[in-house]
Design a protein around this ligand. Structure first.
Ligand SMILES: *[C@@H]1O[C@H](CO)[C@@H](O)[C@H](O)[C@H]1NC(C)=O
Ligand SMILES: *[C@@H]1O[C@H](CO)[C@@H](O)[C@H](O)[C@H]1NC(C)=O
Ligand SMILES: *[C@@H]1O[C@H](CO)[C@@H](O)[C@H](O)[C@H]1NC(C)=O
Length: 524
C-alpha cells in the first residue's frame, strides 16, 4: 500500500508536470504566433480577443451609428428610419452630376463638403482601429455602409482632376425654411473648387477621407478601394499644387464652415496617404512641411477646422509600431506634440487644460461644445491604446508620470458625461438613458412624417412647445455650456443641434470603449 501509493504519487506528479509543460508550451506558442501574425517586424500591435463587452457603450454605439441613417440624402437603401424617405434626388443635376448621396450636415439640409469629408475620415479611422470591436457588437456593417454613402458622394463630386464640388444647397435658401428634406423645393445650387478658384483645405480633407476609406475597403472591395485611392492622390495633388484657402476664395462659406488655414489639412491628408500607399513621398512631405504647418509644441483642439492634433496622433502611430522609418526626420516632433496634447487632457497633469467644467467635461466652445470633448476623448483612447499595444505603459508630463490607463479613464469620463453622468443628470445623446434632449434643432425630427408643409408653414412645428414627434436616435447635440447649463429648446442651435462630425467622433470614442480590450485591430 505504502509503496503503491508512493509510486502513484510520483506518477501523478509526473503527469502533472507533463501537463503543465504542455500548457506553458501552448501559451508560448500562441503568443509567438500572435506576434508574428501582427506585422513584418514583430513590433505591431498584438491582436487578441475583443474582451468583455460593455453593454452601456455598445448600446450607445448602436444609436450613434443610427444617426447617419437619419442624415442620408438620396434614394435610400434598406432605410431603417420610419420617418425618413428619399430626398435630394436631383442634387447635382445642374452640373449633370449625381450628387444625390452624402449626408445632410446637421439640423438643416446643406451638404457641406468640408465637414462631410472630415466626418468620413473620422468614420474611417474609427473602423480601421476599432472595426473588430464594432464587429463584436454587430455594428461594423452599419459603419461601413454610412462611410460608403459618403465616399460615393465624393467620387461623384470629383469629376475631373482639379474639380471638386464642395457644397450642395445654399444656406440662404435653406435656412429660412423649416421643412422635411423629403418635401423641400428650394433650388439646390452647387459650389465647386477648381484650378482658378482653389480650396486647399477641402480638397485635402476629401483626399484624407478617400485615402483612409480606401484602407477600410481594401479587403472587402478592392476595386472600390483603388478607385478611392486614385481620387485621393489626385485630390492631394490638386490641394498641394493649387494652393489657396477656400474661405478666402469663396467668402460665402465663411458664415458656416470658415477655415482658419489649410496647412493642417495638407499634413493630415499626406499622413493618410502614407498609410494608404506606404509611398515615402508622403512621409517626406510631413517631415518637410512640419515646421511650416504643424505648430510643434503647441497642443490644439481637434475639430472639423483643425486637424493638427489628429495628425500628430496618427503620425505617432508610426513611431509606436513601425521600425523602419529611416530618413523620415521630424516625426518625433509630431509625437512630442501629441504627448503635449495628452498631457493637457489628463486632469491631474501639471499642464492640464483649464477648459474643463466642474463636472470634468472638456469644454472649449459655446457652439457645439461637445465636439472637442468627443474629439479629445477619441484621441486619448487611441493614444492610450497605442501605448498599451506597444507595451509603453507610462507617459511623463512635466516630470509627473501617468499610466496609459489614465488616458483611457479620461476618455471614459467624457463618454460617461455625454451619456448622463453629469450635474444635470441627462444624456446628450438623443434616445439614450432616461433623460435626453427632446427638442433638438432638427427639421426632419421636429415635423411629423405625414405633414405636408412648405418652406414657411413648417415653422408651426418649430414654434411648437411639444417635444419632437420623431426621435432622432443617436444624435449627439452641441451640449452644455462651460457653466454646465443646457436649454432644451428648438431655437437653440448652439446647444441643441446635432452634427454628423460630432457623431463620427462619438462613434470612434464609443467603439474604443465598447470592449475591455485595449488592443488594437490596427491599420498595419
Ligand atoms: C474666417 O477666418 C479668417 C481666418 O481666420 C478670418 O480672418 C475671418 O474673419 C473669418 N470670417 C468670419 C466671417 O468669421
Ligand atoms: C413661429 O413663430 C414666429 C416667432 O414668434 C412667428 O413669427 C411665426 O409666424 C410663427 N410661424 C408659424 C407658422 O407659426
Ligand atoms: C451660462 O453660460 C451661458 C453662456 O455663456 C450664459 O448665457 C448663461 O447666462 C450662464 N448661466 C448661468 C446660470 O450662469
Amino acid at each position: 500500500m505504502g509503496e503503491k501509493s508512493n509510486s502513484r504519487g510520483w506518477c501523478g506528479w509526473f503527469i502533472a508536470i507533463i501537463v503543465l509543460a504542455a500548457v506553458v508550451l501552448a501559451i508560448v506558442y500562441t503568443v509567438k504566433l500572435k506576434i508574428k501574425k501582427s506585422g513584418d517586424d514583430g513590433a505591431g500591435p498584438v491582436p487578441g480577443p475583443p474582451g468583455a463587452i460593455d453593454k452601456k457603450y455598445a448600446d450607445a454605439l448602436k444609436l450613434a451609428l443610427q444617426f447617419f441613417d437619419i442624415q442620408k440624402s438620396g434614394k435610400l437603401e434598406n432605410n431603417k428610419i420610419s420617418w425618413r424617405g428619399d430626398s435630394g434626388l436631383k442634387d447635382g443635376s445642374e452640373a449633370n452630376l449625381d450628387l444625390s448621396k452624402g449626408l445632410y450636415d446637421a439640423g438643416d439640409h446643406i451638404k457641406f463638403g468640408f465637414p462631410m469629408a472630415f466626418t468620413a475620415t473620422i468614420l474611417s479611422w474609427s473602423i480601421l482601429e476599432y472595426g473588430d470591436q464594432m464587429k463584436a457588437v454587430n455594428q461594423l456593417a452599419s459603419a461601413k455602409e454610412s462611410l460608403r454613402w459618403t465616399t460615393d458622394f465624393f467620387i461623384k463630386a470629383h469629376p475631373s482632376d482639379n474639380v471638386l464640388y464642395i457644397q450642395v444647397g445654399d444656406p440662404d435658401l435653406d435656412h429660412p425654411c423649416w421643412e422635411r428634406p423629403e418635401t423641400m423645393k428650394e433650388k439646390r445650387p452647387l459650389i465647386k473648387i477648381d484650378a482658378e478658384t482653389p480650396g486647399t483645405e477641402v480638397a485635402a480633407e476629401a483626399a484624407a477621407a478617400m485615402a483612409s476609406a480606401s484602407l477600410v475597403f481594401k479587403d472587402s472591395d478592392p476595386e472600390y478601394s483603388s478607385t478611392l485611392l486614385r481620387h485621393a492622390k489626385q485630390l492631394f495633388d490638386f490641394a498641394e499644387t493649387k494652393r489657396g484657402s477656400y474661405s478666402v476664395n469663396i467668402p460665402e462659406v465663411q458664415k458656416f464652415y470658415n477655415s482658419t488655414g489649410y496647412g493642417d489639412e495638407l499634413l493630415w491628408a499626406a499622413s493618410w496617404l502614407y498609410h494608404a500607399t506606404e509611398d515615402k513621398t508622403y512621409l517626406d512631405y510631413v517631415s518637410k512641411h512640419g515646421n511650416e504647418f504643424a505648430s510643434f509644441g503647441n497642443p490644439t483642439w481637434f475639430s472639423w477646422d483643425n486637424k493638427l492634433a489628429g495628425t500628430q496622433v496618427l503620425l505617432s502611430r508610426l513611431l509606436f509600431f513601425k521600425k523602419d522609418l529611416s530618413g523620415s526626420k521630424g516625426l518625433g516632433n509630431y509625437r512630442d506634440t501629441a504627448k503635449a496634447v495628452m498631457c493637457g487632457l489628463l486632469p491631474n497633469s501639471p499642464t492640464a487644460t483649464k477648459s474643463r467644467t466642474n463636472g470634468g467635461l472638456v469644454s472649449v466652445s459655446e457652439w457645439n461644445g461637445l465636439q472637442q470633448s468627443a474629439s479629445a476623448a477619441f484621441l486619448a483612447s487611441l493614444f492610450s491604446d497605442y501605448m498599451l499595444s506597444s507595451r509603453l505603459h507610462k507617459i511623463s508630463c512635466d516630470g509627473k508620470i501617468f499610466k496609459a490607463t489614465e488616458l483611457r479613464d479620461f476618455a471614459k469620463s467624457q463618454a460617461d458625461y455625454m451619456l448622463g453622468k453629469n450635474p444635470l443628470g441627462m444624456s446628450f445623446v438623443v434616445g439614450y438613458g432616461e433623460k435626453y434632449p427632446e427638442f433638438i434643432h432638427h427639421r426632419g425630427a421636429s415635423i411629423p412624417a405625414d405633414a405636408t408643409t412648405g418652406c414657411l408653414d413648417g415653422f408651426k412645428y418649430f414654434n411648437s412647445t411639444e417635444p419632437n414627434p420623431n426621435i432622432a436616435y443617436g444624435a449627439l447635440v452641441g451640449g452644455p455650456f462651460f457653466n454646465e447649463t443646457f436649454h432644451d429648446i428648438r431655437d437653440n442651435p448652439r446647444q441643441n443641434e446635432p452634427t454628423t462630425y460630432n457623431n463620427a467622433l462619438l462613434v470612434g470614442l464609443l467603439s474604443s470603449l465598447v470592449t475591455t480590450s485595449s488592443v488594437l485591430q490596427s491599420l498595419k
